[in-house]
Design a protein around this ligand. Structure first.
Ligand SMILES: Cc1cc2nc3c(=O)[nH]c(=O)nc-3n(C[C@H](O)[C@H](O)[C@H](O)COP(=O)(O)OP(=O)(O)OC[C@H]3O[C@@H](n4cnc5c(N)ncnc54)[C@H](O)[C@@H]3O)c2cc1C
Length: 422
């Protein structure tokens, strides 16, 4: 593995053989998350592919020439030509391996794979999920000198990182951008000394043995497990939704509203998320229509007032989406009146869907006691039906799901575990 500058670019890449080039930055948590994977794969693939790093800020012109806009970004080259797809953000080991394998012969890939040695590491506590619940548990455990690892399939932060603004987290006079709040939470826990294994694939979880296998080869063992895997957005299930996800249908206003400047969008839903995110989306769009299945909004009164007084927002009550169709640049949302069954077509530039969430329990659903909505049941110490396995945050059975309640659950589980282990 080698660090290069723009002066060495021609020698190392244009006239070089197969290369993986990492445009990295300092003070960049995703770059830090990538570093150990990059080093690890350099050991395996280093004889066939050159592993190079280049400091993005120090080599700005080159970064701009290649259209590199975020750190880290991995580019793959063969004889000076860019090959394979670029990787950026929370880069997974499996995605890097897929790209590296595509640059080699099948026989060579087989030889390299045979060199992969499974590893085992041991901790006191494994936390699955680095949202507010998991991060808070990690902080409390770390401050109790309990050896803890946080494992997440994405980068740390959880749902807060994609929330445009948080105005109800105590301690801040002004509303905080969600990504800043989650960044501060994550850095506080990381700087305390909690080990992070993020943007990984979870291969297997054995709750009874307290073992988690990540990226197929790395077994992590512990005395206790905390599940803090949160929720993911529900789908409407209407035809066309899956196909148009990311191509006009979005579940994240912070991520995508900016692409709809002066345009017109539809929002499906009528609860707190739908209403609050609609208000935010109107910073960009000219017109927004909320499609809601009931005859009144179900969001809290304060949020409702904001949208009801917003001239850009109109509401179509008692309607549900029945199909999403792409027509040129537009999305046609076919909606049906739940009473009259009359259908109509709404043409817009994009659709945002906020119709509630479902718990992320797929990996452990068979072993855990769940409530009727498939959220994990816990006792007052946040312990599940399996001894030594705790669950916190949005994934558990409870009435209110907020950052403050996730943080509180994480605190309780960590304190209960610290008491046991100390
Ligand atoms: C649009 C929107 C706006 C919101 N606005 C507010 C607000 O203003 N104020 C407020 O208090 N709350 C708000 N919330 C709710 C708040 O975000 C959640 O209550 C809070 O994030 C829950 O924290 P958590 O740690 O339980 O889960 P999450 O934040 O969901 O984090 C779960 C983490 O687990 C990871 N994960 C998932 N599956 C696995 C797996 N199998 N293995 C390992 N890791 C996994 C995920 O990648 C994620 O990082 C909002 C939610 C949404 C969707």
């Amino acid at each position: 593995m080698k660090e290069i500058t723009v002066a060495e670019f021609d020698r190392e890449i244009v006239n070089g053989g197969k290369v993986i080039l990492d445009f990295y930055s300092t003070e960049c948590p995703p770059c830090e998350a990538l570093a150990s994977k990059f080093e690890d794969l350099a050991q395996l693939y280093g004889n066939d592919v050159k592993f190079l790093k280049i400091f993005r800020q120090g080599n700005r012109e080159l970064a701009e020439k290649f259209g590199v806009k975020s750190s880290p970004t991995l580019l793959f080259f063969d004889k000076g030509q860019e090959v394979a797809s670029r990787l950026t953000g929370g880069i997974k080991r499996s995605d890097m391996i897929r790209n590296l394998d595509s640059m080699l012969t099948a026989d060579r890939v087989k030889e390299i794979k045979s060199l992969i040695k499974p590893t085992v590491s041991e901790f006191d506590v494994i936390i699955l999920g680095a949202g507010p619940g998991g991060l808070t548990a990690g902080l409390y455990l770390c401050q109790s000198k309990i050896n803890t690892v946080l494992i997440d399939i994405a980068l740390p932060g959880g749902q807060v990182s994609t929330t445009h603004e948080v105005s109800n987290y105590p301690g801040f006079i002004e509303p905080q951008p969600g990504y800043m709040l989650s960044h501060s939470m994550s850095e506080q826990t990381r700087l305390c000394g909690t080990i992070y294994k993020v943007a990984v694939d979870i291969t297997r979880v054995d709750l009874e043995k307290k073992e988690v296998v990540i990226d197929e080869y790395e077994t992590v063992k512990a005395k206790r497990i905390i599940i803090a895997t949160g929720t993911t957005p529900n789908l409407t299930g209407a035809p066309g939704e899956k196909e148009l996800k990311g191509k006009g249908i979005s579940y994240c206003a912070t991520c995508d509203a900016k692409y709809y400047n002066d345009k017109e969008v539809i929002v499906i839903g009528g609860g707190n998320s739908a209403v609050e995110e609609s208000e935010y989306i109107t910073r960009f769009v000219n017109k927004l229509t909320i499609v809601h299945q009931f005859d009144k909004l179900t969001a809290n009164k304060q949020a409702q007032e904001k949208v009801l007084n917003n001239p850009k927002i109109s509401i179509l009550f008692e309607n549900e989406p029945r199909a999403f169709i792409k027509e040129g640049d537009k999305i046609v949302t076919e909606v049906e009146n739940v009473k009259t069954k009359l259908r109509q077509k709404l043409v817009s530039d994009g659709v945002f869907i906020f119709i509630g969430m479902k718990p992320n329990i797929e990996l452990f659903k068979d072993k855990l006691e769940l409530d009727q909505w498939r959220y994990i049941k816990t006792n007052e110490d946040m312990m599940t039906n399996i001894t030594g396995v705790y669950a916190v945050g949005d994934v558990i059975s409870k009435k209110y799901r907020q950052i403050t309640t996730a943080v509180a659950d994480g605190t309780i589980a960590a304190m209960a575990i610290a008491k046991e282990l100390n």
